[in-house]
Design a protein. Structure first.
Length: 293
């Protein structure tokens, strides 16, 4: 190997070294440590190897299945609404450039704000009985709505807030994907007399598959991870555990019950679920997306 090639390799690996260091320190090592802890049990202050007993305990715990059900319901409805409304907003912005920057900023600002601040703002808006929303409908002669005391309404409120928080970000992603589609495709469809829904079905959606897969993958992470902030600050995981999402269950195991092995086991289960869902989504993309040609 000549000196020039060696210098090229040294330069290349030195460029990726910082990223690899952070990957190693903040992902790979904690992942391995989490797997090891999930296979142990704290007995008298000593960690002993118990194989898969923590996983068996997790899978036989009704709280785990309730939290998983709550997270799945939250994530499914959140993805449908956030991705759907984000796509509609991007289609509107693509065709109408008037007030473009104002609309983009108005919908994107929630995403760059701190989730805690957004959660507290919405908690005051929807508070019963003197929140802004209930005060307004009271002026109209309507009864106040107990958003956080009814299980269904509590879940709806968290979904609405999460959609508000992420819709602008999704719209920008979809807008970038739409701008990558050649205008000649739309011009040809106009000459053929295609309707909006025909364009959506045969041109837009097939060519937006990479963007859709990315949005769904990121939104799945938001649905399982970021929902903890909303559930904790707004509904405190209630009422009647109706908004006790998976991250709340794991936090309770690890930091309230001090059962770190079971908390790590639950985390590993969710990690495997994420990897499986991401694999399915990217496999779908590879099978159904054939590029712009």
């Amino acid at each position: 190997m000549n000196r020039e090639k060696v210098n090229r390799y040294v330069f290349g690996y030195s460029c990726i070294a910082p990223a690899f260091f952070f990957f190693l320190m903040f992902f790979l090592i904690p992942l391995i440590k989490g797997i090891i802890v999930s296979l142990q049990r704290n007995v008298g202050g000593r960690m002993i190897f118990v194989a898969f007993k923590n996983y068996v305990n997790i899978f036989t715990d009704p709280e785990f299945w309730n939290s998983l059900k709550v997270s799945v319901i939250f994530t499914i409805f959140f993805i449908i609404l956030s991705a759907g409304l984000g796509l509609l907003l991007s289609l509107y912005l693509k065709e109408r450039r008037r007030y473009y920057l104002f609309i983009v900023a108005a919908f994107f600002i929630p995403y760059i704000s701190t989730p805690v601040i957004g959660a507290l703002v919405w908690k005051n808006i929807l508070a019963d009985p003197y929140g802004i929303f209930n005060t307004f409908i009271g002026l109209l002669g309507l009864s106040p709505v107990s958003w956080f005391k009814d299980p269904v309404l509590a879940m709806m409120s968290l979904i609405i807030i999460q959609v508000w928080y992420t819709m602008g970000y999704n719209a920008i992603l979809f807008l970038a994907g739409l701008q990558a589609i050649p205008e000649s495709y739309f011009e040809a469809s106009d000459l053929e007399g295609a309707s909006f829904f025909q364009k959506l079905r045969y041109i837009i959606l097939p060519l937006l598959i990479p963007t859709l897969v990315f949005v769904i993958t990121i939104s799945t992470l938001y649905g399982f991870v970021n929902s903890y902030v909303l559930a904790k600050l707004i509904t405190n995981n209630g009422p009647f555990q109706a908004t006790n999402v998976m991250m709340s269950f794991i936090f309770d195991l690890g930091f309230n019950r001090f059962d770190l092995p079971r908390a790590n086991a639950a985390t590993m289960v969710i990690f495997v679920l994420f990897v499986f869902l991401a694999f399915i989504q990217f496999r779908y993309q590879n099978r159904n997306y054939h590029g712009l040609d």
